[in-house]
Design a protein around this ligand. Structure first.
Ligand code: ZN
Length: 414
């Protein structure tokens, strides 16, 4: 992304923000993810609860701005960075002799927690790659505090003269919630807004929902918020800015959705759709849609998965031979691994990195010698892709690949 996009180029997931106050009892604690703090005369409402490691920091920062009991904790959604700092807040309430806060969430959130607990090692594995978390540090929460009350489409409660309207829409998750405080004209939107192309189609994760995400952003815009507090990154102050931002991203998501639907209706298959979808300059230049975390290509992948099965249109691929078997045949016809690697080197010099990578993969899949040469080439090519990649997720996938190849290259201990 270009250097002229002052908003989108702010560091994503910056913890620099700390606690920011906007008057009228509204605060936002900007850590890896944001925690919204709303003070009322009768107590505090927290919207989102951060990572497990954020708990003590949340309590410390909260107690610097308010001594009042936390009455409600709303989970914006059930992701690891939004619903897991809760334990410290509950302990703080107990120590102070406050009533236990009521935890509110969407009705699908408990099922998400059940799934996470059932598949903890898997989520450890994929999140370690996605976020480049070093070995030895837990990569996924293990302490699950389920909501006390859940709702399906919408609900609301009153506290200290303020109304808290909770609305569900599927977006980054199926259990996503945003909160509107009419008296403060403030929207707390969790990951419906993250200062990046929306992370629909995360390569590791279950289905996410582009069209419903767009609808949710349109509903937020229709409120003309004076203040929008996002799931990550800086807050956005209104006067038309929030509407423009939300409607731009909604338009981009609808644009991708419409293209995928149109091409599927025209009988096209995924390879062609992924190679030919349009991403107009309006979106490519938008500071709200920079592919620094999510990526339009990933959005299209998600739409294909949502509307279509996994068959790619080529019957040869329905029950394919193993990639090693295919590669061995191709390598023999090509005159051996050395020739294929030489051609890969030529492509690399021409800057055709992705194509070079596929040739190197033929040599590796066939188990051909010299294997170390092919591994060195693969590490080098992935490093080049990583260096040019703007998406945090894509970059971390390339770099995890480099580490894996380097491990294989290390001399084995005897
Ligand atoms: Zn998040």
């Amino acid at each position: 992304m270009g250097g002229d996009t002052s908003l989108g180029s702010q560091p994503l997931f910056s913890a620099e923000g700390g606690m920011q106050s906007f008057g009228d009892g509204l605060h936002m604690l900007q850590l890896f993810a944001n925690i919204c703090v709303v003070e009322t005369a009768e107590g505090v409402v927290l919207f989102d609860a951060g990572l497990p490691i954020d708990g003590s920091r949340i309590v410390k920062e909260l107690r610097a701005v308010s001594e009042l009991p936390v009455r409600y904790i709303v989970y914006g959604h059930g992701h690891a960075d939004h619903a897991f700092g809760t334990r410290a807040v509950l302990e703080d309430a107990e120590e102070r002799g406050h009533p236990r806060p009521v935890i509110l969430a969407h009705a699908d959130l408990p099922r998400r927690f059940d799934r996470y607990r059932r598949m903890l090692p898997y989520h450890e594995h994929i999140n370690r790659i996605q976020f480049a978390i070093p070995e030895g540090i837990p990569a996924f929460p293990w302490d699950y505090i389920y909501p006390d009350e859940t709702f399906r489409d919408e609900t609301s409660f009153r506290l200290g003269g303020l109304t808290f309207e909770l609305r569900h829409a599927r977006g980054e998750t199926d259990d996503h919630v945003w909160m509107w405080i009419p008296e403060r004209e403030t929207a707390c939107v969790s990951d419906f807004w993250v200062w990046s192309c929306p992370n629909v189609g995360n390569p590791f994760k279950v289905q996410r929902y582009a069209l419903e995400w767009a609808q949710a952003l349109e509903e937020v815009a229709a409120k003309s918020p004076r203040l929008m507090l996002p799931g990550h990154g800086a807050p956005m102050v209104g006067n038309g800015a929030v509407e423009e931002a939300c409607l731009t991203v909604a338009r981009a998501l609808r644009h991708l959705d419409e293209q995928v639907v149109k091409m599927l209706n025209a009988g096209k298959w995924q390879e062609e759709i992924l190679a030919s979808f349009a991403w107009p300059q309006e979106f490519a230049r938008s500071p709200y849609l920079a592919p620094i975390y999510g990526h339009p290509y990933f959005v299209v992948q998600a739409l294909l998965r949502q509307y279509h099965g996994w068959y790619d249109g080529n019957p040869s691929h329905l029950f394919p031979a193993g990639s090693g078997e295919i590669a061995a045949e191709v390598l023999e016809l090509a005159g051996g691994a050395a020739r294929v690697l030489e051609r890969a080197r030529g492509l690399e010099e021409e800057g055709r990195i992705q194509l070079a990578l596929h040739l190197v993969d033929f040599a590796l899949a066939a188990g051909a010698e010299p294997r170390s040469e092919a591994l060195e080439a693969k590490a080098r090519l992935l490093e080049r892709l990583a260096a040019e990649e703007s998406s945090f997720i894509a970059r971390n996938i390339f770099l995890a690949g480099v580490r894996q190849v380097r491990r294989e290259l290390e001399p084995r201990e005897g």
